[in-house]
Each structure stands twice: as C-alpha cells, then as structure tokens.
Design a protein. Sequence first.
Length: 237
Amino acid sequence: MSAVTEGDISPWATAIHRLVQWVGNGRTLTTTGQLRVADGLELVKLLGTGDDLHGGAGQRRLSSSRNLPGVQSLLTGAVDAGLLRTQRGRLIPVKKYARQAATAEGVRRLLVANAHHSAQAALAPEAEHPDLGRVRLAALWTELSRNRQTSLVVSELAGMLWNTTTPGTSAIEQTQGSGERADERIEFDEVVSWVLLDYAYLGLLAMNPDRTLVQLTPTGSREYDERPALTAEASPS
C-alpha cells in the first residue's frame, strides 16, 4: 500500500505566502491582538481555510477571528517562520525575510528550513545529548530516502529513531543516562508523528489518513538530494 497521494505541492506554503501578501505593509489588530472580524472573514475566502463563517456550531455570528482555527493556524505558521510579527497593534511583515516572502517557493523553502530546525530540537529532548537531534534527523531522512518507492510504518520508523545514538554512545548507556522509560517512548512516538506531519504539510512526505504510513514525495526526494546537511552519517543501533 502506498501512502503517496497525487501531487506533492504544498497548499500550506501557498496559503502562508498569500497571507503574507495580503498583510502587505501591515494590518490593524484589535485591542486584544486579534485580526478584525472582517479581515478574518476575508481570509477564510482568500485562503480557503474552510472555517465556519459564523464561528462554529451554535453561533449566529462571528464574534472574534480567534474562532477561525484555519486562519489562526496559518497566522501562527507565518509568525513562527519569522515572516510576520506584531508591533504596536499591527500585524506587519518582517523585512529580513522580504525576499523569501515575495514568492510561494521562497516561503516554502523558509518553512522547510524551520521544519528541519524544529524537528532537530524535538527529536532530542535530552539535554545530556545535544547532538542527538541532528543525528536522529539525519537518520530519519536517510531511512526515508533509502525507501523512496515504498511506504514505511510510522511506529517502526519511530522505533529506529529511538534506538539511534550519538557516536560513541551505546543505546543502553544513552537510555540509562537520560532516564527514559516506557511512557517516554510513547511520548517520543507521538513526537515523531508530529514531526512527520509537519513535513507532510510542506509536501515533503505523504501520510495515509490515520498517519500510520509515510513515504517520501518527489519534492521530499529533491529536498534530501539538495541538502548535504541531511545526509550526514547517523549511527542507528
């Protein structure tokens, strides 16, 4: 069974690009730091978020843009990526990333870079092993690339990453040193699932609906081939 669906273009990156273009030179926020209701409704249509224009079940009218989860998710993504920020009651673009923000591909590349950074941090929660995130991220991409034509079972992939160690450290030593327990393993599996989902939003991976299978997309294959940092030798045990 293949996890890949037709097409691997990222609607997420495209929507964030459109959002940044819509913000333009800046948009006024409410006193609580939210988008104005009229602006929120405009974005629902512009970005195709699918949000309920009335704010949800039982609501007669939208009282706050915070009740538009799709819009809020895109806003959070743009802010986390450094494309937008708030200043003196306004939502404004970040000049540092103006060049990237000018095109959908530029936005996508920035979001991918941030996804790699976030994944590296998430895969190494243990302070005692600061290099573990980099090693696990390299192992993740190496394994995905090695199986480009087939789907991988997410739980098995997570197990491989759990047992991936930094050079010179055995899995047993690492586990004992960081005090990992069965419940921490379960939590780690969830972290891996979310890391994979972040990449899927960007079109680098494809996952089946219940998120049990994952596979590299053509875009993900190109990303792997173009980024030497992701091909660093890992040490799975």
